[in-house]
Ligand binder design. Structure first.
Ligand code: SF4
Ligand code: SF4
Length: 204
């Protein structure tokens, strides 16, 4: 007769006292191990919409959509497709917001009937160029950069103007005073192309 190995015997004795290793799912809800690597989830407040996670994702499970319309809506929707995610954790590791913008959760129950519904989203407000209305970056991302580089932000008009705008220091009253020969354009938040054009073009 083949005798059980010592390790197997130890496990069997342990199971006598601790109960079975298997759970009674679906009769009882399953509680995953604390280290279980489940579905990543965005954090609406901590994500700054920088798109680093989208760049690094090996399976194309993260995408974004920018909406800029005439009604004044300018927002970036960050999308996570749960059906193609492989839970590798690269998005969390690369996240510039101290690995807090997106995090692996212990969410494991991912079954769905309609594959088109297998995604989740968050919305971030976009900063648009005040001349051509193209997207520059998310407002939270500009704030994040300004806080990181401190006084160096004053070398970038877009960064310090968006900071002053947040503080309510630059407003439409100041801009309207300067509506001559393109001077008002200097205190607008601009994309790189419009900044170059307004700086280099001499208006008559
Ligand atoms: S866990 Fe991996 S596959 Fe899933 S979204 Fe993050 S980077 Fe992409
Ligand atoms: S802040 Fe993090 S979660 Fe948000 S877009 Fe950037 S890398 Fe992705």
């Amino acid at each position: 007769m083949k005798l059980p190995k010592l390790r197997e015997l130890g496990e069997a004795i342990k199971a006598l006292f601790k109960g079975p290793y298997t759970s009674k799912f679906p009769k009882l809800p399953h509680k995953p191990h604390p280290n279980f690597r489940g579905q990543p989830e965005f954090d609406q407040d901590k994500c700054v919409g920088c798109l680093a996670c989208e760049e690094i994702c090996p399976s194309g499970a993260i995408a974004h959509e920018d909406i800029i319309d005439e009604k004044g809506i300018s927002q970036r929707t960050m999308i996570h497709y749960t059906d193609v995610c492989i839970f590798c954790g690269q998005c969390e590791a690369i996240c510039i917001a101290d690995q807090q913008g997106i995090k692996l959760s212990n969410q494991w129950e991912l079954s769905f009937f309609n594959r088109k519904e297998a995604y989740e989203t968050i919305e971030k407000e976009l900063q648009i160029c005040e001349i051509c209305s193209s997207a520059i970056a998310c407002k939270d991302h500009l704030k994040w950069i300004t806080e990181r580089i401190g006084e160096l932000a004053f070398s970038s008009p877009t960064l310090y103007l968006s900071h002053l705008r947040r503080l309510g220091i630059v407003d439409e009253n100041i801009i309207s005073v300067l509506r001559d020969k393109g001077r008002s354009d200097r205190i607008k938040i601009l994309c790189a192309r419009c900044r170059r054009e307004t700086t280099l073009t001499t208006k008559e």
